[in-house]
Design a binder for this molecule. Structure first.
Ligand code: F6P
Length: 325
C-alpha cells in the first residue's frame, strides 16, 4: 500500500453541530501522528474544483464550540458523475493528498464508498448528521445537540399551548428516520410522536385521539417527523376537519434544529471519532466509517453503514405511550 503522508478532510451533506469538533480532532490527531493535513472546502465540490488549503493546528483553534462547519458543506452533483470523480482524483494527485476523511451522512459516505472503490484512495468516514440514521454507531455527530435544541423549543411551545389550551403539531427533521421525533417527544413529555418507523396499520392520529386527547390535560403536543406527504400540516388539517372542537396550531422547527453550539456529548463524540479516524488510517483501514458502539470505537464497512437499516427501538414507542397518559 502506498505510504500516506497527507490527509484531506471535508464535510459534506447537511451540516451538524460537532462537525467543527471533528475537523479539529482529525487535524490535531493527524499532525500529532506525523501527517500533514489539507482542508477541502464545500464538500466533494472542493475536491472536484481544487478548493483546498493547507491546515495547521492553528487552523482549527477555537472551533470546538462552534456550530456549522468551517469547511462549508455541499451536496455535490459533480461528484456523482464519473467525470467529476476523475477531476477529484486529479486534485488529490496535484495536492499530494493520499487519504480522505469524509464527515457526513448517508449520501456523503456513499460518495466516499464509490470513490474509494473506483480509485486507489483510502477513505475513512465519520458519521455526521443530526438524523442519527447511520447503522453501526450508537450516535451520530450532531444528533444530541439537535435533540436538546428541539427540547428547548418544545418546552417553550408548551407554555403557550397550556395558556391557550391548544393542540400543537410540532414538525421536526430526521429525513426518513424518527429518532429525533420519538426521543424528543419522550424528553419533552409530549402526548404523542408520529414517526415513519411506527409501521402498524393503525392510523397514528386515530391512535392519539383514541387514547383520549386532552382528557386530563389542558394542552397536547404531538411531535411529527418531517414527511413530504404527511407532516405536521397534514395532521393539523385533519384534526381541524374531523375534530373541530379542538384549537390546533402547527410549528415547523426547520433549520434552527441544525445550528448552535454543540453539546458536550457531541463534542466528545466528535473528538473520539476524529482521533479514531487517524488510528484507523495508521492501522491500514480503508473504506470504513468510524462508529462508537457501547463506548467502544468500531470500524464499520461503508456498505454496512449506508445500506443496513438502523432500527429504532420499538420499546421507545411504548414508553412514550405509557408516560403520556
Ligand atoms: O440530513 C439532515 C437534514 O437536516 C434532514 O433532517 C433534512 O431532511 C435535510 O437535511 C434538509 O436538507 P436541506 O438543508 O438541504 O434542506
Amino acid at each position: 500500500m502506498a505510504r500516506i503522508n497527507c490527509i484531506g478532510i471535508l464535510t459534506s451533506g447537511g451540516d451538524s453541530p460537532g462537525m467543527n469538533a471533528a475537523i479539529r480532532a482529525v487535524t490535531r490527531s493527524a499532525i500529532c501522528n506525523g501527517f500533514s493535513v489539507k482542508g477541502i472546502y464545500r464538500g466533494f465540490d472542493g475536491l472536484v474544483n481544487g478548493d483546498v488549503k493547507e491546515f495547521t493546528t492553528e487552523s482549527v483553534s477555537n472551533i470546538i464550540s462552534r456550530g456549522g462547519t468551517i469547511l462549508k458543506s455541499a451536496r455535490s452533483k459533480a461528484f456523482m458523475t464519473p467525470e467529476g470523480r476523475k477531476q477529484a482524483y486529479e486534485t488529490m494527485q496535484r495536492e499530494g493528498i493520499d487519504a480522505l476523511v469524509v464527515i457526513g451522512g448517508n449520501g456523503s459516505l456513499t460518495g466516499a464508498r464509490v470513490f474509494g472503490e473506483e480509485y486507489d484512495v483510502p477513505c475513512i468516514g465519520l458519521p455526521g448528521t443530526i438524523d442519527n440514521d447511520l447503522y453501526g454507531t450508537d450516535l451520530t455527530i450532531g444528533y444530541d445537540t439537535t435533540l436538546n435544541t428541539i427540547m428547548e423549543c418544545v418546552d417553550k411551545i408548551r407554555d403557550t399551548a397550556n395558556s391557550h389550551e391548544r393542540i400543537f403539531f410540532v414538525e421536526v427533521m430526521g429525513r426518513d428516520a424518527g429518532f429525533l421525533a420519538q426521543n424528543s417527544a419522550i424528553a419533552c413529555g409530549a402526548e404523542a410522536a408520529i414517526i415513519p418507523e411506527d409501521d402498524t396499520d393503525a392510523d397514528q392520529l386515530e391512535h392519539f385521539i383514541g387514547r383520549g386527547i386532552r382528557k386530563s390535560k389542558n394542552s397536547s403536543i404531538v411531535i411529527v417527523s418531517e414527511s413530504p406527504k404527511c407532516g405536521a400540516m397534514y395532521y393539523a388539517e385533519r384534526v381541524k376537519k374531523e375534530y373541530p372542537q379542538y384549537d390546533v396550531r402547527v410549528s415547523i422547527l426547520g433549520h434552527l434544529q441544525r445550528g448552535g453550539s454543540p453539546s458536550a456529548r457531541d463534542r466528545i463524540l466528535a473528538s473520539r471519532l476524529g482521533a479514531g479516524a487517524i488510528d484507523a488510517i495508521l492501522a491500514g483501514q480503508r473504506n470504513v466509517m468510524i462508529g462508537i458502539q457501547n463506548d467502544q470505537v468500531v470500524y464499520v464497512p461503508f456498505t454496512e453503514a449506508v445500506h443496513s437499516e438502523k432500527v429504532l427501538n420499538k420499546r421507545l414507542i411504548k414508553v412514550l405511550d405509557e408516560l403520556s397518559i
